[in-house]
Every structure is written in C-alpha cells, then in structure tokens.
Design a protein around this ligand. Structure first.
Ligand code: UTP
Length: 293
C-alpha cells in the first residue's frame, strides 16, 4: 500500500458545540474513555499510516499536550503500579510520527488542507476530519479499503460515503454517482450536491469525513472560490472532477461514522461508546432503562 501520510484538520472553531468548546478543542471531547482525536489516530495507525500532520489553531494546545510524553504522570502511575493505564498512554511507541502546524485564521477545510502541501511532498495522502470516528469490526479496515479503491481506480480523489435517511440528506454533501460506473462498494462521481432538499437529492450517500487525495488537490484548492468566508474542500473536489476521476467508497453494513460536530450526534456517539465499555457498559444500559422507564 503506497499511502503513508495523513492529515487531520482540527483547527475549526466548533461553534455548534459551544459552550463546551469555548476553551477546549472539539477534537478533545471525550467519547467513552478517550478523546475523539485519539480514535482517529488509532484508526490511521491500524491502516498503516506512519506520518500524521495535525492542523491545529488557537485554543488547540490540548491536542499536542495529549499526545506528548508526560514524564511526571508516567512516574506517578509507575509508583502506584497502574501498568494498565500506562499502556493506554503509550503514544510515543505507537509507530506513528506526529507533526503539527497551525491554521492562523479559520478559513475552512480546504484552507486547512492546503497547509499540508509541503508535508505531503507530492505523494497521495489521507484526510480524516478530527471530529469524526469511523467504527469498524477490524480497526482501520475501512481506511484500508478507501485507499485500495483510490489506487485501483487511479482516482484524483476518493471519498467515504455513508447512506443516510432521506430526511437527513439536507444536512450533508450528497453524491451524484454515474449509474454505469458503480458496483456494491465503489461508484464514480459526476457531481456532489451540498445539503439538497430531499426531492432534489441525487442519492442518499453522504460524505463521511474520510478522503484520499492525490497532490493535484492543492492546485484545485488555489482555484476554489470563497463562500460565506470559507474555502470548502467539497468545492475544490468539484473543480478536480471536471478534469479527472473522483470516486466514492461506501461504508459497509458493519461500518459507521460517528461525529461530535453537534450536540445531538455527540450525545449519540458518547452513549454508543459508553454502552460498549467493557467495565461499565452493562450497568449504564440498566441505568438508562430505569431512567427512561
Ligand atoms: P467543521 O466545519 O465541522 O468544524 O469542520 P467547525 O468549523 O469547527 O465547526 P462549527 O461549524 O463551527 O461548529 C470539520 C473538521 O475540520 C476542521 C474542524 O476542526 C473539524 O475537525 N476545520 C474546519 C479546520 O481544521 N479548519 C477550518 O477552517 C474549519
């Protein structure tokens, strides 16, 4: 597998999650026992990525602190014999090298990704939005398939899609696939429609926070027009679509996207992961039954 580098945009203001995100990054919100961005990091590592650039910004220092070696904490846990906890904090030996750069002004996802140009050094690369988790039976397996599709189709961009309910298409970027270029898992895109009305949606396939890009995306980002004060990566992809092939790869039945972008999805995400907690999940389920009952 040729793709070894990934970028995590994590510099957004997180306004939909205020006041929770006033002074802490949305990407550091806990989901069960871990902050969201740690799941993203673990997914990338499991998919064989070995270098990750995290795009941070103001009030995002907690992300760097989280992945730093904390000698005092390690000494304290060693003294107390808490070896299980020590293992869960061992990011240094996880086989991934982390890099950071800052987005000074939050000008959108395309602008955040443009800051990775020298890091990716003319190679294809993965982008994982830092506020979304992809859960699959085998960690990292969805990303591996996304990369395989990208390589097999010789695409300029390959995008993850998840089928959503008809009433939810209005919340997402929706795929307009070529019917003649589709199989069970992959489809070539002829367009992307931003937040369509249900009767105007070309499909129910929603963009799902994971992408593989060829370095050609940087030229497209330069040509992307600003809309509502931001450069959106969907608009850059549409520019590339005019001259090259953009493919979609859908999440399978055992794969699901969870995001912490708004409170409804955050609560659902937290609850799902907490209910699956080996130690407390069962009791929490009982508590919820009693509470709701
Ligand atoms: P969102 O658009 O959902 O995040 O970006 P946001 O702007 O933080 O959220 P709201 O709308 O104000 O609530 C998805 C991901 O892209 C990053 C975010 O940090 C998030 O992880 N992002 C977004 C950037 O890195 N830079 C940006 O300029 C915008």
């Amino acid at each position: 597998m040729g793709v070894k580098k990934a970028v995590i945009p994590a510099a957004g203001l997180g306004t939909r999650m205020l006041p929770a995100t006033k002074s802490q990054p949305k990407e550091m919100l806990p989901v069960g026992r871990k902050p969201v961005i740690q799941y993203v990091m673990e997914e990338l590592e499991a998919a064989g990525i070995d270098q990750i650039l995290i795009i941070t910004g103001q009030k995002k220092r907690a992300i760097e602190d989280h992945f730093d070696r904390d000698s005092e904490l390690i000494r304290n846990l060693e003294e107390k014999g808490k070896h299980d906890l020590l293992c869960t904090l061992d990011y240094e030996n996880c086989g991934v090298k982390l890099f950071y750069t800052r987005q000074g002004i939050q000008l959108g996802t395309a602008h955040a990704i443009s800051l990775a140009e020298s890091f990716v050094d003319n190679e294809p690369f993965v982008v994982c939005l830092g506020d979304s988790i992809i859960k699959s039976k085998e960690p990292g397996s969805f990303l591996k398939k996304l990369i395989e599709t990208h390589e097999k189709r010789e695409a300029s961009v390959t995008i993850a899609f998840q089928e959503v309910a008809a009433e939810d298409v209005i919340k997402y970027g929706i795929a307009d696939p070529f019917p003649e270029h589709s199989d069970n898992s992959d489809f070539r895109l002829r367009g992307l429609v931003e937040k369509p009305e249900v009767d105007e949606a070309p499909s129910r396939m929603a963009i799902s926070a994971r992408y593989v890009f060829s370095p050609r995306i940087f030229k497209a980002i330069e040509e992307t027009p600003m809309k509502n004060g931001e450069y959106q990566i969907t608009d850059s992809i549409k520019i590339l679509m005019e001259t090259s092939e953009v493919w979609g790869h859908r999440l399978g039945p055992d794969e699901k996207r969870y995001d912490v972008g708004g409170f409804k999805s955050y609560f659902e995400t937290f609850l799902t992961f907490a209910l699956e907690d080996e130690e407390y999940g069962k009791d929490l389920g009982e508590y919820i039954k009693r509470f709701v009952g």
